[in-house]
Design a protein around this ligand. Structure first.
Ligand code: G3P
Ligand code: MG
Length: 236
């Protein structure tokens, strides 16, 4: 892996595993994505109290377990009891299932650099990790990852194209771009693809929208329901 290594993304990436059909960001979700035919999954990571990267979207357990406890205040072992897996376990499962992993680092305030280091360490520990793309909305997190492990491919996440996005790209030197679908236009896609980088778009659950995005040059759609979209490029 080199910093500029090209990364090949599949047409369909499961979002938070396969959030439409299995609990999000769980090992069961990763298996469900694979069963639905996905070749890659996206999942979110945060930092546990004892410094492990764990799979979680929100800063608290409230939405997934009805408890207000903060992810960052619980140990990885305590979180595992709520079906919140460690990144180590998720990467091991992805490798076993032949799934690529888009690891999205969530902003954790002052602990964000520690999260980037924990992600780098988990990928290093994985030995023969699955293909990975580590993404974030926060350039500071991607820069912390670059310091910790320059060879891990980085993905620059943008909810939409704002003025100044090219400056962010120059700073981060990503291997791929990940952009929100909501306001994305064909000219936006053309501009993003003109960078020469692979482009993934989230969250796309409608096969017609997926087909339009693929026609616009989007490489991968990130979807809650991979079973609906795998093969959609052949049906329409
Ligand atoms: O990584 C793409 C997408 O997951 C970003 O939004 O809020 O679902 O993590 P969110
Ligand atoms: Mg995410």
């Amino acid at each position: 892996m080199t910093p500029a290594a090209a990364i090949a993304l599949p047409r369909v990436i499961g979002h938070r595993g396969a959030a439409a059909v299995a609990p999000e960001n769980t090992l069961a979700g990763l298996r469900a994505a694979r069963d639905a035919g996905a070749r890659w999954v996206e999942f979110d990571v945060r930092l546990s109290a004892d410094g492990a990267a764990v799979l979680a979207h929100d800063p608290t357990l409230e939405r997934i377990a009805g408890r207000k406890a903060r992810i960052g205040r619980l140990t990885a072992a305590a979180l595992a009891a709520h079906a919140v897996p460690s990144l180590d376990d998720a990467l091991a499962l992805c490798a076993a299932l032949g799934l690529g992993a888009n690891v999205e680092m969530k902003y954790c305030g002052r602990r964000s650099p520690a999260l980037a280091r924990a992600v780098a360490a988990a990928i290093r520990r994985a030995g023969a990790p699955p293909p990975v793309l580590v993404s974030s909305f926060r350039p500071s997190l991607l820069l912390a990852l670059r310091v910790a492990a320059p060879a891990i491919p980085r993905g620059l996440l943008m909810s939409r194209l704002r003025p100044g996005w090219r400056g962010r790209l120059r700073a981060v030197r990503p291997a791929a771009l990940v952009c929100g679908a909501r306001r994305l236009t064909a000219p936006d896609c053309a501009a993003l693809k003109a960078t020469g980088l692979p482009l993934a778009v989230y969250t796309v659950n409608d096969p017609n929208l997926a087909r339009r995005l693929w026609l616009w040059g989007v490489d991968a759609v990130i979807t809650d329901d991979p079973g609906r979209l795998v093969g959609a490029d052949r049906d329409g």
